[in-house]
Design a protein around this ligand. Sequence first.
Ligand code: NDP
Length: 330
Amino acid sequence: WKTPIVVAVSGAAGQISNHLLFKIASGEVYGADQPIILNLLGSERSKEALEGVAMELEDSLYPLLRQVNIGIDPLKIFKDAEWALLIGAKPRGPGMERSDLLEMNGQIFVEQGKALNEVANKTCKVCVVGNPCNTNALIAMENAPNLDRKNFHALTRLDENRAKCQLALKAGVFYDTVSNVTIWGNHSTTQVPDFVNAKIDGKKAVEVIGDDAWLEEEFTPTIQTRGGALIKKWGRSSAASTAVSIADAIKSLVTPTPEGDWFSTAVSTDGNPYGIAEGIVFSMPCRSKGDGSYEIVEGLEINDWLREKIKASEEELTKEADCVSHLTGK
Ligand code: NDP
């Protein structure tokens, strides 16, 4: 057996975690030979529920799950964490402005960034899921100067998975033939699902599909608004597919990326090769050697369509960063 790794999860009593924790404990995320210690963060609100989650995990008798610790103090729960999956966040309520949401959640991510800075393993990889996830990740990153900025991610893998599904359906192929799909920008309706560089069976998706109007006017808004469309049907936001995409995002960092392919994750724009403003967390195409780190893939074709859309998402994130400058010290 390998040495157990500590995986800390916030919002652990929530819907997404209810799917994700069992995947992690089963070995499907970090590998069948990787023992896990789960540190689950809740709050006064969720104390009882968190005990229930721990009971269910224990009753599942997962051979790889060596310990489950629960608590409401990030300084205890993030201790020695090698991975921090930050899922808990206050949902947007009726009449609430985006800036109010940024402020309320921002406070949570200041506290959690500081706690990670103080007690997490120095190589800790942080994946922020709670919305607005790009800017929450920025806040956590800026409050954790002891950690490598390259170890902070915001989740856009669900958007990538959604884009792959829609391209496969349109082309009438199975989705494992769709590759090289990038989500650029913010995990919001300004996100840019990149059909220009996407491939189907190794050929340009644009040529295989042969319908630019569909790609621009149907595919793009379908992906941008898929989250809201699902809430209308289900009455709640996506949980199972989000958990799957978090597992995918982690697996992409701990296994080598297949030759010629890439995956999307929102990362620090510092020194990025696409001229995107620095000081924000922006989804881009990345590759990994499988050691938990990544590099941004250079040289994708950025045509006028992409450039204009990417600019709009960049402007949105720059505004969000300005709104929270008092929390990031920038
Ligand atoms: P849930 O409503 O099930 O809650 C998750 C946790 O968030 C709760 O257990 C709670 O944790 C915490 N929370 C709830 N209300 C508050 C509050 N007022 N203040 C602080 N924390 C609070 O949510 P989901 O699991 O469905 O979703 C979690 C997050 O993930 C949301 O922000 C959602 O928008 C986001 N999301 C992101 C996606 C992405 O692709 N990036 C996709 C889908 C969802 P506790 O009580 O323990 O503090």
